[in-house]
Design a protein. Sequence first.
Length: 495
Amino acid sequence: MLFLSHHSCLQSCNVTEKLCPHRRVQSEPILRPEHPWETFGVFYQGNVLKDGDTFRMWYSAVGEERREQQYLGYAESDDGVTWRRVLRREWGFGEWEETNILYGQNFNIAAPHVGLYHEPRDGYKYFCAFDSRIEQHQNQHVVRKPAYARPGDRERLMRHPNYTPPFDWNKYFGQPSWRATYIADSKDGFNWEPADARFAIPGQADGDHTTVYDPQAKLYRMYFRDNRLDENGQRIRQVMTSSSADLVEWSEPQLCLESDAIDEPRENQIHGMTVTYHDGVFIGLVQILEIEEAVPTWNPLLPMERGRFHVELAVSYDGVHFHRIADRQEYFGTGEPGAWDGGMVRSGGQWVFDGERMLMYYDGRAYKHERKAGEPAGLGIGVAQSPRDRFAGLTPRDSSRPAYIVVEVPADMSTPALNCEVSRGARISCSLRRPDGCRVLSFTDDEFEAIGEGGLCQPLRWANQRQLPAGDWHLRIKLEGEAVVYALNAIGTPR
């Protein structure tokens, strides 16, 4: 798939980006707090994976003692909308005889993400990445002790004196940190090993830990949040990424996104980002905190901020460098004032592609970030959907005249197709071009069978031609009226 945006075009004229935002499936949350281990809340810092005909959700369940009761909860669904918690006696502990808690009985699990191994590893199919307090992991499995480990590392890592990642973390985490990112493995998504988890990356990262597999680089890429202070002492949240071939050894973190001069970090901050890898494109849901006021905390250097959340869209073709699209327009926003998600919404996990629809799960709250006394306490997990592969598209800026875009045709497209919308009076036509712009005979605008109606996968056809010849080609797409193109898809075998 070629996701169509300004960043994927070789040339364009009279074109603007148009979002295709997700719509809420229902007005009420699909999960609300119901059990004692969810007293503080249920949060979609987790993931949904479709296993056969069953949708499986792993989510963050937080008890009344928030900092001491953070668990990995579990639920299932037949349609992705109506969910049931799976309660079992074998998962009971403490005073709770029967729970749906899979992991975290002995230590905190903050912002968990469950993903699939690209290929089963030693029988393990699933992994879970999460943030936790180092002192709670007393039986940590030591990975290795490299020759360059420094004496000061012992104080920094507390119970992990024998493990140093292959990079200088002091460059990224300047202050001593008593938290780290851990990973656990599972063969069935229920039972997780090792019992004490596996140390992965040092430093606090209590935002999302979405982890995707990049088949081009043959690497797993984890996305997590960090912080820095600018020269004025302003806290700047950052989205970082680290890569691994085996989910054991992790690379030096790289910066993906942070608030810039256009955002003005005192007013709008990137609070985090969840990433989905889909058909060659890394698609990010960027969480934006609209700051209204600073709220003092125990740490005078890092005050919290109060404000509304919304979500923007970003894309990357290498998994590191992300670009926000559609002039940073709001992609998904809060519900109506007073609704359970009327104060803030946060994207979580990854998209679920199910037939002709895409499902996006999120958590919402009735109150704004940093709740004030007296504000409603409603919160939960919700779901929204849109037609498959319609994230954002290109359309004429001035619909009274044609718009043009030129894109490179990926090598795996023998019969290209467009994901597009064609309203009444609109029209889309295409012509094949050589890299120098020269027309390819038999594949011109005059011979193209114009697309008169939209669809998720409209094949491109020229008279009697159905398949592109071998070679390196560019495609010129002409848009008339209010036509919108979202993606260029591949049908058939590679050329």
